[in-house]
Design a protein around this ligand. Sequence first.
Ligand SMILES: [Zn+2]
Ligand SMILES: [Zn+2]
Length: 328
Amino acid sequence: MIRSAARAAVAAKSLATWLAICVALLASAVGSAKAQPVAESKSRLDVIVLGSGGPGATGRAGSAYLVLLDGMPRILVDAGPGSFVRIGEAGVPLTAIDTILLTHLHADHAGELPGIVKALAVSRRSRIQLRVFGPDGRAADESHAAFPSTRRLIDLLFGPAGAFGYLANFSAPVSFATMDIATQRAGAPPVVQSIVNEGGLTVRAIAGHHRDAPSVIYRIDYAGRSVTFTGDIDAKGHAALRRIASGTDLLVFNSVVLDPPLSPEILYTLHTPPGEIGAIAADAHVERLLLSHLSPATDERRDAVRESIARRFAGPVEFASDGARITP
Ligand SMILES: [Zn+2]
Ligand SMILES: [Zn+2]
């Protein structure tokens, strides 16, 4: 009995050692081989599209982007399903990512968080502090679902009693500083708030609107260039979008529906049609549009989408694809 317990203890110890070696090997392989800035980058602000689709499984990953400062990925915008694979395919180092911006907590925008956080944990040796920004929550009512706040989501996933609480100390220790962005101010229009301001980097946020899902629009400014991410947005968020996107170099606009009446009516309570996208881009004096979160409807009718946008917006319009690298 004692002997078999001792044997079990030895076996457990060697298994633990083996696991530690595996983790260390993976960390050193990823960490040392990819610790340099991306060589070909000469620009100071870049965006890599990790996921240009969602929510359907259409061959594109769900919504996700990496924002690179001086060639190093620093900011993850959304974490849609499939983006884990795209991060690996991008072949960029993960050692500098310190900020996660969540536009809203639909599964096609946040479902890959655990896999990505674990990938970050095994890519480094030193303590990882991630700051996470996202919308506040809302309670359910008779016609709407409940949404947790971003703080609650992070706690449910990675807190001490969270589903993946083990990740805090599995490899490199991981901790989170999470900030909820207020999305409901009764009677008052949403205001732009500065959430990061350091070393020439400014991240600003404003409440968007996505039917019942609390949502946030983000704008990132660095080295004289800027990129703005609409997230999923319906008409009630357009005034806020015009405000925060004013003069932005690149507007990443989620493009899910065709002009009415060509898409199911319910979708217009969630998303923005091309005619409105063109009007907003023109009004906000946007330099360039990148259409993303493409649905089969918008993907298959690109000419119609372009034509509709061009009625108001004369600048360049591109369609996103997974893995595309864009300099604002
Ligand atoms: Zn959504
Ligand atoms: Zn979506």
